[in-house]
Write a protein that binds this ligand. Sequence first.
Ligand code: NI
Length: 184
Amino acid sequence: MILPMYIFGQPVLRKHAEDIPTDYEGLQDLIDNMFETLKNAEGVGLAAPQVGLPIRVVVVDLDCISDDEPQYKGFLRTYINGHIIEESEETTDFEEGCLSVPGIHEKVRRPQRVRIQYLDRELQPHDEWVDGFVARVIQHEFDHLEGRMFVDHISGLRKQMIRKKLVNMTKGNFACSYKAKPNR
Ligand code: NI
């Protein structure tokens, strides 16, 4: 089932998301629905707050770019109760977008590598370093779990240039190709 996307301005996107118990009701269905919603919106990552739930569940689909990047063939991962516990000093700049912030793409500086702890969808624990594009997507998605969005990392002139768009988005003035929960 495709879930409506919560758009910039929705309070749930600013909440700190909580860890869930491993017997969280409907967890596997939620994960399936999140993957379906992500695919429909042609994104690579989706965090539960983006579908209105302030819980620590993230799905990442890099399989959808595996025609160009064959190393990601079959990369469909779920991160439950995920946390970043260490990050590299080395940083990189990369242009990001977000399904909850339609129409805005901006370069964001983030650590090159991060160490994460999480449960996969079989509830097996993991503790690993991720690098490159995976680290980029993970940091963007895990930011959602802290109530942060990629536009928060932008400052100065660039921020001023997108400010009006963000205000309009909050008022419900935005366009996207997927089902969105209307603001107000
Ligand atoms: Ni996002």
